[in-house]
Structure formats: C-alpha cells, structure tokens
Design a protein around this ligand. Structure first.
Ligand SMILES: *Cc1c(COP(=O)(O)O)cnc(C)c1O
Length: 295
C-alpha cells in the first residue's frame, strides 16, 4: 500500500477591532480545512501511526474514545480512505449520535465499554484482539510520539517566525509536537497551551512527556469554562461574534476556548504592539452539532 498523507494547510490573517487597537497581527493556521472529518490536528496525529501500521503490515486499526470523540471519527474516516479496517471502543453505555453514525458509515465497528473497563485500554485490546495479528493499537486521542512527530510538521509550513503560537489541548500531544517543531527550527516563538478541561495542570507533565528536548511553554488554565465540553453564555456569545466577523467556524469544546483566551490576552495588553500571533485551528467542527441546543 502507498499512503499519500502529505498535506499543507492554508494560513489566514484575521482582523478584529481588538487586534487593530493593540497593534498585533493574528493569523489562523487552517488545519480545519485539511479534511472535513479527519480534521485539524487529527490528520497530522494519524499520519505516522498509519505509516507505522502499514510498515508492520497491520490492516486493522483499533482505538478508543468517548461518544463524541473527534479522534474516533477521524480514525474511522482515515481507515476507510486508506484501506484499513477499524474498531473503536466507546466509553460508556450504548448511545446514538451524529459522531457515532459517521463512524459506522465509514465502516468502523463500535464496541461500547463500561467506564470501568474502559480505563485499562491495553486489557481491552488484548481481550478482544490478542489473536488478531492484523490489529494495531492506537491510544485514546492518538496520543503517541508518532502523533507528536506529525504535529511538529505544522511548523515546517510556516512562512515566517511568529512571536506567539496558541493551541487548544486535550491530551497535549499536538502542543508537544508543535513545540518540538519550534525547537527544530530554533525559533524563539512563545507557545501558549489552552487546556479544554478543568484542572489542566497535569498537562504540563503530559506535554513534557512528548517533548524531544525540554522547552518552556505557557499553560493557561483559566479558560476551561467549567470543564471539558462545558460552555457558558459568554463563550457561546464569543463564538458567534468571532465566526460572524471572520467567516471562520469554531466550536465550543476546543477552538472556541483557545481563541477566547487569545483575544482576552490581547485585550489585556499581554502582547507588544507589532507582535505576530498564530492560532492553530485544530478543527473539530463536528462537535458543534452535538451542542446545537447551547446556541
Ligand atoms: C482532538 C482535538 C484537540 C486535542 O488535541 P490533543 O493532541 O489531544 O491535545 C484539540 N482540538 C480539536 C478540535 C480536537 O479535535
């Protein structure tokens, strides 16, 4: 099999009154445009995992996620596109939603798993697929050195050096990969990680774990809006205003929180006039539809 996984996402400048007022230029790396379902960072995260599976002649991707997992859907879509079979272990009792419908449409077999047994992913894999020499384990969210390597390539695509880069975090793998990329190019860019979940301090370790060299970064813990997949009217209002003003669709779970943080810090005068700031659009727009009742 020959896997053509090369991509290069567009870069787009956005103008908001706050940016002009504070003299900063803000650009969005449109990874959301890479693919409608293998969206944003998920394509980058899967790239070297798929290559590894292919090199090991494994044709069956086995992975894990919650019922709204963008990673599960991306894996299902990538498996269909690149000729793999796919199984997804879904946390919790059996449910139906748009994400799982799309997983099934792409041929992914879904195995609903109690929250208790979901905790031990290696055991789940071994219990179900120990005898399947084709089965290839991909951790929840794709978290792995391979995924970080794929994400580091985002930096190769940047046409000039930024003063600051912002990225939303779930497992922190994407953040670590981008920091590795900045390091590789010996850039002085400051990296800002925005956890999508509450008490995100553990992310410092999780990001450090995938760094090829130790490197400082900022972890901004105060933009979780109540926790993972939680929203407030303020966040929803921000998303509506941002999308209407820029034409760039964002969602409440990850990119809405990250861009809220960016705009908030610009308004607080955190960045010197003349600063060039990059926001990584990690995609995930499917997550919007599960939250339509919040708008
Ligand atoms: C999965 C996802 C993330 C989190 O990526 P990590 O590498 O796990 O930190 C961020 N944004 C979106 C839109 C995602 O779907």
């Amino acid at each position: 099999m020959r896997l053509d996984l090369e991509i290069h996402s567009p870069l787009e400048e956005v103008n908001l009154p706050a940016f002009t007022k504070h003299g900063v230029r803000v650009f969005v790396k449109r990874d959301d445009l890479i693919h409608p379902l293998i969206s944003g960072n998920k394509w980058r995260k899967l790239k070297y995992l798929l290559k590894k599976a292919d090199a090991e002649s494994k044709q069956h991707l086995v992975t894990f996620g919650g019922a709204y997992s963008n990673h599960l859907l991306a894996t299902a879509a990538a498996a269909a596109k690149f000729g793999f079979k796919a199984t997804g272990f879904v946390r919790g009792e059996e449910v139906q939603n748009d994400t799982l419908l799309l997983c099934r449409l792409h041929g992914m077999q879904l195995i609903f798993t109690s929250r208790e047994s979901y905790r031990d992913k290696a055991a789940l894999f071994n219990n179900h697929f120990a005898g399947d020499t084709n089965a290839f384990f991909i951790d929840e969210g794709g978290a792995s050195p391979e995924a970080a390597l794929g994400c580091s390539e985002l930096v190769d695509e940047l046409p000039f050096a930024f003063d600051h880069v912002f990225c939303a975090c779930g497992t922190g793998t994407t953040a670590a990969g981008i920091i590795n990329g900045l390091n590789k190019h010996q850039l002085k860019t400051q990296f800002h990680a925005i956890p999508a979940l509450k008490n995100g301090n553990f992310l410092r370790n999780d990001i450090d774990k995938f760094l090829t060299h130790p490197h400082p970064f900022h972890l901004h813990n105060q933009y979780h809006f109540g926790g993972y997949a939680k929203t407030t009217p303020k966040l929803i209002g921000f998303i509506k205003t941002f999308t209407a003003a820029t034409g760039i669709l964002i969602e409440p779970v990850y990119t809405g929180k990250m861009l809220y943080a960016l705009v908030d810090m610009v308004k607080q005068g955190e960045f010197a006039s003349g600063s060039r700031i990059l926001a990584v659009h990690t995609g995930g727009i499917m997550g919007l539809f599960g939250m339509a009742n919040k708008f």
